[in-house]
Write a new protein. Sequence first.
Length: 107
Amino acid sequence: MKDILGIMKQAKEMQSKMAEMQEGLALVEASGTSGGGMVTVTLSGKGDLKGVSIDPSLITDGEGEMIEDLIIAAHSDAKSKVETIMAEKTKELTAGLPIPPGMKLPF
């Protein structure tokens, strides 16, 4: 029984740390640029798109759709990277806990 109580205590502490980490991520913003700074995309730490800036000299007749597609692809790539970082941080937080493989966190 002591082991179960210890595990529950560790899980509760980990849950608290994850909540703190998620709150902190909501406050973080990161900008990515391409084209020598002519396109800027700003994401929140949670991966939400916060802003897009495109230098007007890039936009010529017929190119708008291509630029939109490139922005969407860049956002998708950036969000994937944020998710990978979060998975690594979660793994660090859960190190040492007897959590079954494949269990999704946070609870």
